[in-house]
Write a protein that binds this ligand. Structure first.
Ligand code: B12
Ligand code: SF4
Length: 487
């Protein structure tokens, strides 16, 4: 593309989990590209799928007229790749400006603004800010007038504040021609040809462990039903996509909208499988039988619920805003559907949580599995206080010294023991429960590359189920065996 400056967008490898579940469409990069790809030559380098990404990045830096290197990253192991690629760019092409966007740069902008490897951090939604920034870079204009940035200038950290949230319906369609869509199709819940799909942003709730309040200011924004349906049809007809993984934090906030989308799917005769990753049991408690029925008939094969705890005291303390009983009732209601698989997620290690609270979570998980033969129970994860959440502030007050660099954050994930309120004794119990939880649901395939670990897990499942049924996590020799097998 002679004459056009080049913008290189980079998605760092999200790590082991992503390798096992398959690479997902880099929606954030495509959204950001959607407003600039006509004026710039935009290329995407995706470390999640590109085994030769270093050579690819080198080639892109050495050809054309590269202006900006943009990285999108969340807080966690993904930062390893983000750092490595950014350092490469700084070493090979020091004139190219490096820009980081995403959850991590938004919530930890202060860490990046003094980092010589990163020229700009984008705060919040990136579409408009990035368009304005690359425009300013091209013209050699001062970025100080652009709202939504953090950067260093003459030894001072400049933060230009945040923009109001944008109206999603004004966004152009994703420029899918910038990548090979077929490489991002994934399989799950017995369906294949699935593609990641975004229809809304944010969430009005304020769970104390979630990034949402700080990141989205509790504002939920969404594409209109007609726009959602048009995009679904387009993906189906033009890209051979057979199903969608809705990545929305909370797809079901507006039940009228849910109803309209499902009615539209029926009216337009769209035949796609649907998987939703964000749902709350109290929203389902408000959902009419009519809407649930439509959801069931419109291709829904799975919905992930954040249950988090089986202890009402813990649910109340984290402002989850629903009753344990609601989870039990909605699970039974979902059991009466034809095809919907509810997938339940739990967290352990909340402030004030005791062994008996954790036992309540074990009991609830087991009950959900028993009451609904289709239900699936995900592995229980240890709470990690992420920046931006109220629990993070509490952890800091109680002695947690958060990392102040991307490298520091890249070493922490949901196996880490971070919350200062977790005692040695409780941590030992948590480890036992989390190990057993990986094996308790025999409908969930064990994601490991080790064949030995797969066979061992088959033999182990009945033991894990006995532990969940009886809440006995005493002597547990299997922990050591699985450690040796490399789980
Ligand atoms: C897809 C996804 C994944 C994928 C891949 C992630 C990836 N980055 O490639 C997989 C399944 C691997 C994954 C894994 C995990 N994830 Co995840 N994931 C998501 C999910 C569902 C969608 C992300 C997305 O595409 N959003 C849509 C885009 C458009 O929004 P956006 O990312 O905010 O992007 C906007 C701005 O941030 C900015 N921007 C973003 N990138 C860039 C780049 C540039 C250059 C610019 C200028 C701007 C910019 O502009 C964008 C458009 O406005 C989100 C939830 C959500 N709904 O966002 C969780 C989420 C990001 N994940 C989260 C978590 C906790 C995890 C895990 C730790 C979960 C776990 N227990 O294992 C792991 C860790 C992965 C790792 N190793 O680091 C949290 C992050 C919390 C945090 N504080 O960082 C989220 C927010 C979920 C949640 N509600 O808690 N995840
Ligand atoms: S955990 Fe879910 S329901 Fe709670 S604030 Fe976050 S996105 Fe909303």
């Amino acid at each position: 593309m002679p004459g056009k400056k080049k913008i290189i967008l980079f998605r760092p490898d999200p790590g082991q989990l992503a390798r096992l579940v398959g690479a997902r469409l880099p929606v954030a990069l495509l959204r950001v590209a959607s407003l600039i790809h006509e004026d710039f030559q935009v290329v995407i380098v995706d470390q999640a799928i590109d085994t030769d990404w270093e050579a690819h990045l080198r080639r892109e830096l050495a050809s054309g007229d590269p202006l900006v290197f943009g990285v999108g990253t969340i807080t966690g192991p993904q930062l390893k790749g983000a750092v490595k690629a950014t350092e490469m760019v700084k070493a090979l092409a020091p004139d190219v400006k490096t820009v980081w966007g995403g959850v991590y740069p938004t919530l930890c902008a202060q860490d990046l603004a003094g980092d010589p490897r990163i020229d700009f951090a984008i705060i919040g939604e990136g579409e408009h800010v990035f368009r304005d920034l690359v425009g300013a870079m091209e013209r050699g204009a001062d970025p100080g007038a652009i709202t939504g940035l953090a950067y260093s200038s003459r030894g001072q950290v400049v933060n230009t504040g945040r923009r109001p949230f944008l109206d999603m319906d004004t966004l152009p369609p994703l420029p899918l021609h910038l990548l090979d869509v077929q490489r991002y199709l994934f399989s799950d819940f017995g369906a294949d040809g699935l593609l990641e799909f975004e229809t809304s942003r944010g969430c009005p709730h304020a769970c104390t462990y979630c990034y949402n309040e700080a990141y989205n200011n509790r504002r939920w924004r969404a594409l209109s039903p007609e726009r959602v349906l048009d995009e679904m049809e387009h993906l189906h007809r033009h890209h051979g996509v057979r199903g969608l993984g809705f990545l929305d934090d909370e797809f079901f906030i507006d039940l009228k909208r849910v109803h309209s989308i499902m009615e539209g799917i029926q009216r337009r005769n769209i035949k796609m499988k649907l998987i939703f990753q964000g749902a709350r049991v109290d929203t389902f408690a408000r959902m009419s039988d009519d809407t649930l029925n439509l959801l069931d008939r419109s291709g829904t094969i799975s919905i992930q619920f954040g249950i988090e705890s089986g202890s009402q005291a813990i649910l109340d303390s984290i402002h989850k805003g629903y009753e344990v009983e609601q989870a039990i009732r909605q699970n039974r209601r979902l059991a009466a559907c034809n095809s919907i698989v509810p997938y339940y997620n739990f967290l352990v290690g909340f402030p004030g949580e005791t062994k008996s609270d954790i036992d309540a979570s074990v009991r609830l998980g087991w009950r959900l599995l028993r009451d609904n033969p289709r239900a699936r129970l995900g592995p229980y994860h240890i709470l990690l206080p992420y920046p931006g959440s109220a629990i993070f502030e509490l952890a800091v007050k109680q002695g947690f010294r958060p990392p102040t660099t991307p490298e520091g954050w890249s070493d922490l994930d949901f196996h880490s023991r971070v919350p200062p309120w977790i005692t040695d004794d409780l941590f030992d119990h948590i480890k036992r429960v989390t190990v057993a939880s990986i094996f308790v649901d025999d409908k969930i395939p064990i994601r490991t590359r080790s064949r030995l670990a797969r066979y061992a897990s088959l033999i182990y499942k009945p033991v894990a189920q006995w532990r969940f049924r009886t809440q006995r996590f005493g002597l547990m020799p299997e922990r050591h065996i699985f450690r040796l097998l490399g789980r």
